[in-house]
Write a protein that binds this ligand. Structure first.
Ligand SMILES: C[S@@+](CC[C@H](N)C(=O)[O-])C[C@H]1O[C@@H](n2cnc3c(N)ncnc32)[C@H](O)[C@@H]1O
Length: 243
């Protein structure tokens, strides 16, 4: 039996996905509000930066992995235009349904597929751009998921990994205070769920840092990987090219 981590807890590998599912089932309905509150709106700027670097052109085939409530898919659809395709995917039906309904309310109907990033149901060499925004941290087998993302991209295609990362040393103490003291309290007030936001803080600490994630992406098949630190490394954008 293999073990892995769920935040700071050690769990049976086969149970991690269920724990993660519990987190996102619990927060789905107020996920967007929580994102704005806990990042003080900064997640919008981080996502806008990733969209700008994605370099999507009209007609592109784009895959949004762990797309949740659809922020990235919506922005990508605006760039790919009516001749392109943006596929919105996630393993969690509650998150995906919330996103699909929100996009439909805005007049945007995208192909929406429930699937596990570790076993993507797409043929190889298909997409121009793939993106996983704040999703990789939650996956059990990150190497397998990155290899799948590489497989479905066409040669020359780009993967964007937007994720919490290792913050610059001078900010470490205040960031820890914010993450472990304030964040669970905000979670308690807004979604009546402190544990899911404690998990968020812990999972960030357990996630590979900038250099380690870059090495993982190279091992997964990305010939070139650029790293962009955002907000002093609170978040990093890794851009991998399949070449
Ligand atoms: C923090 S949310 C991010 C949502 C959205 N991409 C964003 O940036 O706001 C993380 C998402 O990852 C999804 N997820 C976790 N494990 C996954 C997996 N193995 N395959 C696909 N999605 C997964 C969760 O269901 C959740 O919707």
């Amino acid at each position: 039996m293999s073990e892995t981590h769920f935040g700071f807890q050690t769990v049976d590998e086969r149970q991690k996905a269920q724990h993660v599912r519990g987190v996102f089932d619990s927060v789905a309905s107020r996920y967007d509000l929580m994102n704005d509150l806990m990042s003080m709106g900064l997640h919008r700027a981080w996502k806008a930066y990733a969209v700008a670097l994605a370099g999507i052109r009209p007609g592109d085939q784009v895959l949004d992995i762990a797309g949740g409530t659809g922020d990235m898919a919506r922005a990508f659809a605006g760039k790919a235009g009516p001749t392109g395709t943006v596929v919105h995917t996630d393993i969690n039906e509650a998150m995906l349904r919330t996103g699909r309904d929100r996009l439909l309310d805005e007049g945007l109907a995208l192909p929406t597929i429930t699937c596990d990033a570790e076993r993507l149901p797409f043929r190889g060499d298909q997409f121009d751009v793939a993106c996983v925004s704040f999703g990789l941290r939650n996956m059990t087998h990150k190497d397998a998921a990155l290899a799948e993302m590489c497989r479905v991209l066409r040669p020359g295609g780009r993967l964007l990994v937007l994720e919490f990362s290792k913050v610059a040393a001078p900010l470490a103490k205040p960031y820890d205070w914010y993450s472990f003291k304030l964040l669970p309290l905000i979670g308690k007030w807004v979604v009546n769920d402190a544990d899911s936001y404690r998990y968020l803080a812990e999972s960030i600490r357990m996630h590979p840092d900038q250099a380690e994630l870059k090495a993982m992406m190279k091992r997964a098949g990305f010939g070139h990987v650029d790293v962009h630190n955002l907000s002093a490394g609170i978040v990093a954008l890794h851009v991998g090219i399949k070449c």
